[in-house]
Design a binder for this molecule. Sequence first.
Ligand SMILES: [Zn+2]
Length: 428
Amino acid sequence: MRNTLWVLLVCGLLAAACATEETVTPDGSKAFVGATLFDGTGSDPISNAVIVVRDGRIVAVGAADAVEIPAGAERVDIAGKTVIPGLINTHGHVSDVLGLEGGHYNEENLLRQLGLYARYGVTAVNSLGGDGEEAVRLRDAEDASLDRARITVAGAVVIGESVEEVLAAVEANASMGVDFIKIRVDDNLGASTKMTPELYAAVIEAAHAKGLKVASHLFYLEDAKGLLEAGTDFVAHSIRDLDVDDEVISMMKDKNVCYCPTLTREVSTYVYEDVPDFFEDPFFLTDADPAVLEQLKDPERMQAVKDSPAPAAYKKALEVAMANLKKVADGGATIAFGTDTGPAGRFQGYFEHMELDMMAEAGLTPKQIIMSATGDAAQCLGFTDIGTLEAGKWADFIVLDDDPLDDIKNLHSIDSVWIAGNRVPNDT
Ligand SMILES: [Zn+2]
């Protein structure tokens, strides 16, 4: 009796509060509650965190006692889980490959790849070459309804024999609306001719004049120095011929240029000489096409890989790359997570996790690795509204069963992936 009276009295005094309790209508916002949050800024994780999302973006985030949940928010209980920002692959390819075959550059195939990346927690892909107008249109259509990975593009890799030719290629990419310019300075282990310093300097100058950054494919230490001197904005592969030295690390630091390891690119050159162990990994098999695996297991195909000279050379290159990654990280240059997935046999989504695991083998800590794929990746590419989970940013994140700061392999324990606050569908 006394209790009833007390409730009536309170509701009488605070009529509005009691009324909204019963008649609350959803306001379109979502509140993700209860998880441990690593926000990608480098700050310590927050336990029992709340992330409030509206119209695809984070409106409030922090510890439960510091964040007000709107009355009309849909609550998503993720207690006991860990949340990190979605992974950004700074060097991928959303390509024309379907199965092991090129020639399928169309919107449907691009969307298939962006869905695949997303299911593995890769919520943004910087596609460095081979991109056409279809990709530019997809990028420009990204809004609060998005539930596949974001894409940025470099267009066609800039090639040419003369300054006129390379400048025309830069122009064509710029008018298509690319985000980056990509060049290749490599002789493919002596099998082809390298782009000359004169040509790459011309490309870099022209790209900068248009406000475009230049990402450089390279292999040799000497070329890395030349490209850094000429003003490249991004080192798109590991240096793989020699140990890195203090000079090149200092150049990257002074010029604020990030270093993208792409270790799994090397793996892909030799791993199909046998049936790879990962062909039995359920985390791989959930999204693998059995027909493609059969093709890769073909004995003649495996023998051809064994017989070609490149795999042995790239195995050695990988050892150099692994050691250099640790040296560059210890030297204080910024590492940008990237894989070079997309070409045949470099499985999008799964190879990103293989790369993260290999970065740990190279000696990086889980925190360093996660930063390289989130907050640091965004900074390296100049992206200001993804990469960290802060108010105003897109709500792109991964919910994990186990904490990846304990062990990077816990990134395999994906509960769900969210892009612009929308759950990425599980179907393939
Ligand atoms: Zn590439």
